[in-house]
Write a protein that binds this ligand. Sequence first.
Ligand SMILES: [Zn+2]
Length: 327
Amino acid sequence: MFKNNMALLAACLSFSANSTSFDTVTLGSKGGIQDGNLTAFLIKGENDKNYVMLDAGSVVNGLIAAEQKGAFADLRLPEGSPYTRVGHVLNDRIKGYFISHAHLDHVAGMIISSPDDSKKPIYGLEATNQALMDNYFNWSAWPNFGNEGNGYKLNKYDYVDLMPSQWLAVDGTSLQVMALPLAHSGGQSTAFVLKNPAGEVFAYFGDTGPDEVEKSTAMRKVWSTLAPFAKQGKLKGMVIEVSYTNETPDKSLFGHLTPNWLLKELAVLEQLSGKGSLETLDVVVSHIKYSLKNSEDPKVVIQRQLAEGNKFGVNFIFPEQGDSLQF
Ligand SMILES: [Zn+2]
């Protein structure tokens, strides 16, 4: 009897370990132009209590939307905490920012919330961190909350330069991270791969153009890094951008993807990891540009265009601001 219970318990434990590996909360889902809903995701390992943030276009606004949707309902405020739930998440539970590139729509929320934020690292490729200190935290655009850069340093944010293709343990979490450069219309952007203690990974892509248009091999390099994980069923999901519909000509992509280009890129991953390896893979589509035009919602068009070309059996997901997702 005892033995049976133990077996049952073991089965339950392994089931729960396999069912969810990463938790995310969408703090901002759009790729411009809607201030207050710009690219930002929280992510944590399933057994972690702390998050990190993947890009930071919208922070407090996203946290408020997420709280209203119950994303933090299970989270207990410490006794005597001076913070609201939103304040507690920002100050105590977010242990760092991973910034893909310094474009304003990926960092605006972090800059605006910085006066009431807690001390934490900003992780990025060297060029990204340099751009943050040159362009924003410089006492001209904004006070210098960093530990490097122009003038008096308020030392709230510690810049951590990530070495491409190397794993680094993320302080305050059980995760490791690897940064891989992406090509973004002549500029550099970044893909972050997060790995949990079970060796499972989740990939987050900052803005990126397709290799063919960018005349680059950056995407292929990311796919080669992910392929061994995809082959073993250890690629739990990804967030990747589709900014425009298929009607957008290549010359007007400015370092972004369309449904056709994402499908072509996924074909490279499938080719490297084996036919059928992407079946049921969760692919979160981000950075769809908010439209002011009185025509069909680009999100609906992109959903349809991706579905039409989905020969991989991939599970495309289109979260709204505040939505929680498990992978
Ligand atoms: Zn960009």
